[in-house]
Design a protein around this ligand. Structure first.
Ligand code: ADP
Ligand code: MG
Length: 256
């Protein structure tokens, strides 16, 4: 599994989180290697976002631990976790609509390189070439100088991916990255993510409602139900699992 004996890129051990009387996440453990596309699926309210938010530092686990390359993230703020190479995209795209596409990426690059001083403004072309390379990687180079506000929704999500890559993450967390996208666009975005993950040895943890997309693009799938992992394996293994079928019972196939 891990021939070099290096610690995994991401290691999650025994995570628990309750909100009042609701046990949102119960004893979740898994690991993720560089280049791997790992999907976390489960019905609405299963605890997927709570897991993500404990990894990115938005939420503190009640119990359990998250390690990146062997180093614990306990006690670190989201910004410090981001600085350790944990990138994320958002369910609702988070771009600056008043800036151009390239400027959005440059802003992330300045932040990554700690060039966003309080008392000076970086020159407009600082790291523009790097931004254009990232935009090229996601297929947006032609739109570098248009306002982000006029991009089509699918392109906004690709811009967001370029922005996440600007931090040179080792791990990318994508909580429903394709929400609101048409089926064809969903596949295109996840195919692009998969190619980038392979090329850049990036580990990707993602959630996604469309089972077609999950089965087509995940290397490994984990199924969460009422806070607990009930199955994990390949697309085929997960589809054949009786516990998973029970959770998704109703439509006759794994629709959500
Ligand atoms: P998913 O992302 O799989 O849809 P969530 O992680 O958002 O699920 O939610 C898991 C459970 O925890 C749900 O029962 C939800 O209502 C509850 N929950 C999530 N966040 C909070 C919160 N901030 N306060 C109270 N309950 C929450
Ligand atoms: Mg969620």
């Amino acid at each position: 599994m891990n021939p070099t004996n290096l610690p995994p890129l991401l290691e999650v051990r025994g995570l628990h989180k309750s909100f009042g009387g609701v046990q949102a996440v119960i004893d979740v453990s898994f690991s993720l290697q560089p280049g791997q596309m790992l999907a976390l699926i489960g019905p609405n309210g299963a605890g997927k976002s709570t897991c993500f938010n404990m990894i990115n530092g938005q939420l503190k686990p009640d119990r359990g631990e998250v390690r990146i390359k062997g180093q614990t993230l306990a006690g670190l703020a989201p910004r410090q976790i981001w600085m350790r190479g944990v990138g994320r995209t958002f369910q609702v795209a988070a771009t600056f609509s008043s800036m151009t596409v390239a400027q959005n990426v440059q802003t992330v690059l300045w932040s990554h390189h700690r060039e966003l001083g309080r008392w000076w403004r970086p020159a407009a072309d600082l790291r523009r070439d790097e931004a254009l390379e990232l935009l090229d990687a996601v297929g947006l180079k032609q739109q570098a100088d248009v306002a982000a506000s006029i991009l089509a929704y699918g392109d906004v999500k690709r811009l967001e991916l370029a922005m996440a890559l600007g931090n040179q993450p080792g791990l990318l967390l994508m909580d429903e990255p394709t929400a609101g996208m048409a089926p064809g666009e969903r596949h295109a975005l996840m195919e692009l993510t998969r190619r980038l993950a392979r090329e850049r040895k990036l580990g990707v943890l993602f959630t996604e409602h469309s089972m077609d997309v999950v089965f087509a693009h995940a290397d490994h799938i984990m199924v969460l139900a009422r806070g607990a992992l009930i199955a994990r394996g390949s697309a085929q293994e997960v589809q054949d699992d009786p516990k998973v079928r029970e959770v998704y019972f109703g439509s006759g196939k794994l629709a959500r």
